[in-house]
Design a protein. Structure first.
Length: 545
């Protein structure tokens, strides 16, 4: 799960491709910010048949209470994404309520509240270079790849924002995560607009960022253990995403490409783009694979693809499916991230299928219970779909080492030794333990007994029974793991969400629990989106200025 890579189906890539196809119009209506960095900016976002507004309140950086965590109380930028054009009342309401955060309440047309902080060294370097009439040093930019980092995207009812299910599939931001992703892209644009604006205020020699450098700049993103709760609480969405990805990969592997097929050229081009991206990667990875290792593996894959293009098959393999041959040839030889990079790029050979699947992503959160079904029905589901959970020895010394809880001081998800927080309410989903207890309690009932009778005796199983029933037959809804075990590595699931689902690049791990990465790295500028340009924008090459 941790090895999966961003693809055309990942949130950021799919949403950006949608904006490019539909030629969304994003522009500045107001930028009233002084040379200290204090003030207000207003953007319009016009999608086909719908308009949105982004209100950003900029502040001079302060070291007091300035943090990327929930407990922070001061940020360099706070903003709100609204439906419809923003009027003065919207702006003033946001100005009054946003700083209150958890005590604040949004207006009824608000979709997302957001916060971000500057990367001080890179931000200040960029402003100073632009003031002199120069472009910032690419190596300085490439050390972080962003000017601002996202420290919070809150929506779907939080603070009184509009719930996302109420938008409906025909809404311009009706797809999963689309409102948050638009907000993240606007953070990128605001950060670039702000450094240019501050440079112009401070010097009459100031210049703007060159488009190739502006594209290279993304928005920073940090994520931690809360994403594991997201995976457990949105199983239909996770199943939909991974199922779509596997479906697109299967179609690509099933392409009957003959020697000389131009689609080989496209795959080589994409692989070479990924190789350059990896070789130029300046990030340090503590436990995850280095980009140097991945680039070396991708070189081997490129050579094999070129051979396939000439011969149509790998020597000794009679299969008519050359890309399937390619995967089988390398899947046990190269690093999993290298193979997953190849699989993700192969999806670009079936773009129509991928875009159709991306448009159908989703899944309701409700897991209804069918109490009129029998005990035998539930036993059958457990036997056929949860043998992995039954096989885990929950009596082993390290099977319940950890407990998941909410920090009283930081209001954030935590995982700690059960011995240190013995009275904590475990917020994690203990599927192995829960399934085993459920199976044991079912043994006392006849197979033809209704589940309503069983749940009257054991109401503690109500949620799990509904979950097992609702998700039966779906292949990718739940991680096959004991998240309370001593050997469970949280970063695997966090990275699944960040990289595969969100589409974040250059994710670096800290303490096997936290990830930092870059969102919309290489994304087109607003002018390019308006013109419908930007195919294959990801895996950007460092600009040569």
């Amino acid at each position: 799960m941790a090895a999966m890579q961003p693809s055309r189906l990942s949130g950021a890539r799919a949403f950006m491709n949608k904006m490019i196809r539909e030629r969304w119009d994003i522009g500045i209506d107001r930028f009233d910010i002084d040379e200290t960095g204090a003030g207000t900016a207003l953007y319009h976002i016009r999608a086909p048949g719908q308009e949105f507004s982004f209100i950003a309140f900029s502040r001079p950086p302060s070291s007091k209470m300035r943090t990327g965590r929930i407990i922070g109380r001061a940020w360099d930028m706070m903003g709100t994404l609204n439906e419809g054009p923003a009027n003065d009342a919207d702006i003033e309401a946001a100005r009054a309520e946003l700083p209150k955060l958890y005590r604040g309440r949004s207006t009824k047309n608000t979709l997302v509240w957001c916060r971000s902080n500057r990367s001080m060294r890179v931000f200040d370097h960029t402003v100073e270079a632009l003031m002199r009439g120069d472009q910032p040093d690419v190596s300085e930019i490439a050390g972080a790849c962003y000017l601002m980092r996202n420290t919070g995207l809150d929506g779907n009812g939080t603070f009184g924002t509009r719930s996302f299910p109420s938008l409906g599939p025909d809404h311009a931001l009706g797809g999963p995560l689309e409102a948050q992703l638009l907000n993240a892209y606007l953070m990128r644009e605001f950060s670039c607009d702000l450094v240019e604006h501050l440079a112009r205020l401070k010097s009459d020699k100031a210049v703007s960022l060159k488009p190739e450098l502006r594209r290279f700049i993304g928005v920073g993103n940090g994520s931690a253990l809360g994403l594991i709760f997201f995976i457990h609480r949105h199983p239909r969405l996770i199943n939909s995403w991974i199922k779509a990805r596997e479906t697109a990969i299967a179609e690509a592997r099933g392409l009957e490409l003959k020697k000389g097929d131009p689609r080989f050229d496209r795959l080589v081009m994409l692989l070479e783009k990924a190789i350059v991206f990896r070789r130029q990667d300046r990030m340090t990875y503590e436990t995850l694979a280095s980009s140097t290792e991945i680039a070396a593996d991708l070189d081997k894959i490129v050579a094999a693809v070129r051979d396939l293009q000439q011969s149509g098959a790998i020597a000794g393999d009679a299969s008519p499916l050359p890309l399937d041959q390619l995967i089988r040839h390398f899947e046990n030889e190269l690093h999993p991230e290298s193979v997953e990079t190849l699989l993700s790029l192969m999806i670009e050979l079936v773009p129509e299928t991928a875009d159709r699947l991306a448009a159908k992503q989703g899944g309701v959160d409700e897991l209804p219970l069918q109490a009129s079904r029998t005990v035998a029905d539930l036993r059958a589901i457990i036997a056929s779909e949860y043998q992995w959970a039954l096989n885990i020895d929950m009596s082993a010394p390290d099977a319940s080492t950890y407990v998941w809880y909410k920090s009283e001081t930081a209001e954030e998800p935590r995982r700690g030794p059960r011995s240190e927080v013995p009275h904590a309410l475990d917020l994690g989903l203990d599927l192995p333990g829960g399934v085993q207890k459920l199976k044991a309690d079912l043994e006392a009932f006849e197979g033809d007994a209704f589940l309503s009778r069983f749940l009257m005796a054991h109401p503690e199983h109500r949620y799990l029974v509904g979950r097992l029933q609702s998700l039966s037959g779906e292949p990718y809804h739940s991680p096959i793991a004991n998240i309370n075990a001593g050997d469970f590595i949280p970063i695997d699931l966090v990275r699944l969400m960040n990289v595969t689902v969100h589409g974040i690049d250059k994710t670096r791990d800290f303490l096997n629990r936290n990830l930092r990465g870059v969102l919309f790295h290489g994304a087109p500028t607003t002018d390019e989106i308006r013109a419908g340009k930007g195919e294959f924008w990801y895996y950007p090459e460092e600009p040569v200025l």
